[in-house]
Design a protein around this ligand. Structure first.
Ligand code: BTN
Length: 318
């Protein structure tokens, strides 16, 4: 770990506490000049480090820079973390990294996406520092696990983390949109990477985009009344490193035992479309139906107007 990362880890551990430059230097076994230089470069990276009395330093609770080291050190599982200040799309980057033969499961996070991708080829608005944009690449996927099930598991993990870190109660709109007070705060884009020799899905990229603080003025007109942000609904500050760690830990805990499908009960509890009349697209036509239940594969069982049942396994409902 570099001196800069060590200084950061120390301040992070003691957030809001003033730490003298001398004490930091002694604890890390480095000179005061190296501590001072580390503080300057952390500030240049955007960390809010306040200078207190007696040349002390403290990391403000408002400081929220995505940091590879901080995420990596708190993960319960073996996942390599790669953090960017800006990237076109974390899903696209994960795909490129898979092509370079990066081994094991890995996580790509970015402060900003310049070409964030949503489902159905849509653009995902991903401005700098106001959201959390991440892609988890899972390699050597078992043939029994399918992408739809992983997406439902990810939706549950995101809800659990928001509930653990705030007093909010997010709800899921089947299949993978997360809502707070009628506004979408999170979308999930899952992509499977095929092995053409074996004709099977070899890796899955799970892309999660969460709006943290939304400035309505900055939103495109069509999103102004549809999109919300986590901190627009919550009183406390949300640390994006901690939220990332929590989501990945929650997701991987479910993933380890995914075939038990026990997490589907947690999905059903939060799914707000059950019992409601919905519409979905079938052969270019909008069909009305009542959403009745979530089956064991994460499919939505709907009752059509003629009384027959149909299982929707992907697509969009409104
Ligand atoms: C949707 O709501 O249509 C899905 C949005 C998924 C957005 C996330 S942000 C991180 C990852 N990278 C992308 O380009 N897309 C996903």
């Amino acid at each position: 770990m570099s001196t800069k990362d060590k200084v950061l880890a120390l301040l992070e551990h003691n957030k809001e506490k003033i730490y003298s430059g001398q004490l930091i230097a002694t604890q890390l076994g480095v000179s005061r000049t190296s501590v001072w230089k580390a503080i300057q470069s952390l500030r240049a990276e955007g960390y809010l480090i306040e200078s207190g009395t007696n040349n002390g330093y403290r990391l403000s609770s408002q400081s929220d820079v995505l940091n590879q080291e901080q995420i990596q050190s708190k993960l319960d599982h073996d996942v390599t973390v790669i953090a960017y200040a800006s990237i076109d799309s974390t899903n696209s980057e994960a795909k490129r990294l898979l092509e370079t033969q990066l081994s094991g499961n890995f996580l790509v996070v970015s402060d900003e996406q310049t070409a964030g991708r949503g489902r159905h080829g849509r653009f995902f608005h991903s401005p700098e520092k106001t959201g959390l944009y991440m892609s988890l690449a899972l390699q050597h996927i078992s043939s029994e696990v399918d992408a739809a099930l992983l997406t439902t598991a990810a939706a549950v993990a995101v809800c659990q983390s928001i509930e653990e870190m705030t007093s909010l109660s997010p709800k899921i709109k089947w299949v993978n949109d997360i809502f707070l007070n009628g506004r979408k705060i999170c979308g999930i884009l899952t992509e499977g990477i095929m092995n053409f020799e074996t004709q099977s899905v070899e890796s899955i990229i799970l892309g999660i985009g969460i709006n943290i603080s939304v400035d309505r003025e900055q939103l495109p007109d069509d999103l102004k009344n549809k999109v919300g942000g986590l901190s627009n609904h919550s009183s406390g500050t949300i640390n994006r490193n901690d939220l990332t760690v929590s989501i990945i830990n929650n997701f991987l805990a479910i993933y380890q035992n995914i075939n038990s499908r026990t997490f589907l009960e947690d999905y059903r509890k939060r799914c707000f479309v059950l019992g409601k009349t919905i519409t979905f697209k079938q052969k270019q036509e909008q069909v009305r139906a009542v959403a009745e239940e979530i089956d064991n594969d994460g499919g939505l069982v709907v009752r059509l107007e003629d009384g027959s049942h149909k299982i929707l396994s992907y697509g969009e409902i409104s």
